[in-house]
Design a protein around this ligand. Sequence first.
Ligand SMILES: Cc1cc2nc3c(=O)[nH]c(=O)nc-3n(C[C@H](O)[C@H](O)[C@H](O)COP(=O)(O)OP(=O)(O)OC[C@H]3O[C@@H](n4cnc5c(N)ncnc54)[C@H](O)[C@@H]3O)c2cc1C
Length: 130
Amino acid sequence: MSDYLVQQLEGTPNVTVRPGSQVTGALGQHQLSGLVLTDVADGSSTTVDADALFVFIGARPHTDWLNRVVELDSNGFIVTGRDGASWLETSIPGVYAAGDIRAGSIRRVAAAVGEGSTAAMLARERLTAT
Ligand SMILES: Cc1cc2nc3c(=O)[nH]c(=O)nc-3n(C[C@H](O)[C@H](O)[C@H](O)COP(=O)(O)OP(=O)(O)OC[C@H]3O[C@@H](n4cnc5c(N)ncnc54)[C@H](O)[C@@H]3O)c2cc1C
């Protein structure tokens, strides 16, 4: 999540941030009336009143399958540009990462598109040079 959004949420008096909580249940017959929140650390659950639920998706990279294949940061994003590699090149020479999956990316559509086209150009240059 973008830092400016985190700052705005933390500065909004009628918003409570509950880190380490999962929504594990929704209550209500014909419309939502409450949510069950489970603390991931100790497994305890609480019920809170709610008449709406917004789901924020897309924050996890889902790169488990790349673990020990290319270098990942502690959050699972692909590290690029280390040790003299070009800025989109992963820890494997000639393998590039672009867009949200890349550690430090801007996480915007325009940035992902630009990085993707740049990675394609870098790959082509590498292939024509060998
Ligand atoms: C809730 C939300 C709101 C956003 N709002 C904005 C906004 O207003 N403006 C803006 O500019 N950006 C916004 N973004 C960010 C923007 O969506 C991303 O920056 C952009 O989509 C990144 O593009 P990408 O190609 O890197 O990744 P993605 O768009 O995530 O594309 C990756 C694709 O790879 C596929 N994939 C994943 N794993 C595999 C696999 N193993 N094999 C094959 N395919 C796979 C996925 O299914 C997906 O289709 C928002 C993101 C979120 C989550």
